[in-house]
Design a protein around this ligand. Structure first.
Ligand code: MLT
Length: 412
């Protein structure tokens, strides 16, 4: 009989969102009437249709695929050159940031890339991960065998947790000791907090001092509204020597179901062998992509390229403004309900403190049972999320307004 990867047996319960889905299904089965008025503000999944610039580009690409002369088979695994160039030019060089076209790797999602990046990193790395956190960073390290068992609170041995609390504004500080790899997500999922320049400078200085690698997840950068909040880690001088950046079209272009994202691996970024020799990570990531991945479909990449046209950019702005309008409605509703609210300014998530003595899952049950709204319990993102819950602003305006009304009407 074959052996299984026992690291999977260390994982706690289900991945958070399937677990929420299971509880919501159970509620709906038991409460068919209430289930008709259910509003989902749990998983951060977009609700608005694709920008028309994307739809037209994808239609054109489908037509090309239907004609012998323009049909395409396998594309380059790391993405078509025209998309890599559009990304590097528009997202980086237009903002004065040095990123070459071939430092951009197009993929089918940031979640996939955040997990896959571990393929090119040594198992002996000491990993630093925030608490609370996007669960993928922790779970993929568990799967890769980088941790011991979890304790009753769900804390894994072998991970260096970076506490994010109300006291530090849910922005992690560099630890006193050296770690090898650090996951940072800004604007943050789940808390909505966004690191300012000084905070990112401190992280880059730390990484350069210790030879650490920063895995910077910027999937929500399009939602930054405040001036002075960096949109890319590469805005900090020196980051090309210590950081990989993940970005996605999921939340700006509405691609959660279409699937397209990218990862930037600068050619100047080095990591060391067991013997202490510094080697670039770029060729390893290229090798990994070309071996384990066959690229994003031509049709989808043409759709992503359309996001960089003048029309596409205006449509992305409108989408982001729509969701951020929802965020403002939700923030006001939760505040009117007397709840403490963070986030919702540079991110489409609002991070709400449950009333004193109410746990995250108790808040989840009450809001589901009485308001028929699905939120995400903060404790599902880590121990420091206990007592908080996340409300996603990805919804129609009418739903956001209704959720705000229902939150206000709740009696705790
Ligand atoms: C979330 O709700 O945290 C996100 O939608 C999950 C994801 O982007 O994978």
């Amino acid at each position: 009989m074959a052996y299984l990867n026992e690291n999977y047996l260390k994982l706690k319960a289900g991945y958070l969102f399937p677990e929420i889905g299971r509880r919501v299904r159970a509620f709906c089965d038991g409460n068919p009437e209430a289930s008709k008025r259910l509003i989902r503000c749990g998983i951060g999944d977009v609700t608005e249709p694709l920008p028309s610039a994307v739809v037209s580009a994808m239609h054109r690409a489908v037509d090309e695929m239907g004609v012998r002369d323009t049909f395409k088979g396998y594309g380059p695994e790391q993405g078509y050159e025209w998309l890599r160039a559009a990304i590097a030019e528009n997202d980086y060089r237009a903002h004065g940031l040095e990123v070459a076209d071939d430092e951009v790797f197009v993929s089918d999602g940031s979640k996939c890339d955040c997990g896959a990046i571990l393929d090119i990193l040594g198992d002996q790395n000491r990993m630093a991960i925030t608490d609370p956190v996007y669960p993928v960073y922790v779970d993929t390290n568990v799967m890769a065998g980088h941790t011991g068992e979890a304790d009753a609170a769900g804390t894994y041995a072998g991970i260096h947790y970076l506490p994010c609390t109300e006291a530090n504004g849910f922005i992690p500080e560099p630890p006193a000791e050296a770690v090898d790899v650090v996951y940072l997500c800004s604007p943050n999922n789940p808390t909505g907090a966004a690191a300012n320049r000084a905070q990112l400078e401190a992280w880059v200085a730390y990484a350069r001092r210790h030879g650490s690698l920063i895995l910077f997840d910027a999937a929500y950068e399009a939602y930054i509204t405040e001036p002075g909040i960096p949109h890319s880690i590469y805005e900090v001088p020196g980051a090309r020597e210590c950081a990989i950046e993940f970005r996605s079209f999921s939340k700006n272009g509405g691609f959660t179901g279409v699937r397209c994202a990218f990862t930037v691996v600068p050619k100047t970024l080095m990591a060391r062998t067991r013997g202490g020799e510094a080697r670039p990570l770029h060729p390893l990531w290229l090798r990994r992509m070309t071996t384990k991945f066959n690229g994003v479909s031509y049709i989808v990449q043409r759709g992503a390229e359309a996001l960089y046209t003048a029309e596409g950019k205006a449509q992305v702005r409108a989408l982001v403004e729509h969701y951020m309008g929802n965020a403002r409605v939700l923030v006001a509703g939760a505040r009117d309900a007397g709840l403490k609210v963070l986030g919702g300014v540079n991110a489409p998530y609002i991070w709400v403190g449950a009333p004193k003595g109410v746990t995250s899952w108790q808040a989840f049950d009450k809001i589901l049972g009485e308001a028929n709204v699905v939120i995400t319990p903060g404790s599902g993102f880590g121990g420091n999320g206990e007592g908080w819950f996340r409300v996603s602003a990805f919804n129609s305006r009418a739903n956001a307004e209704e959720v705000a009304r229902r939150l206000k009407a709740l009696r705790w």
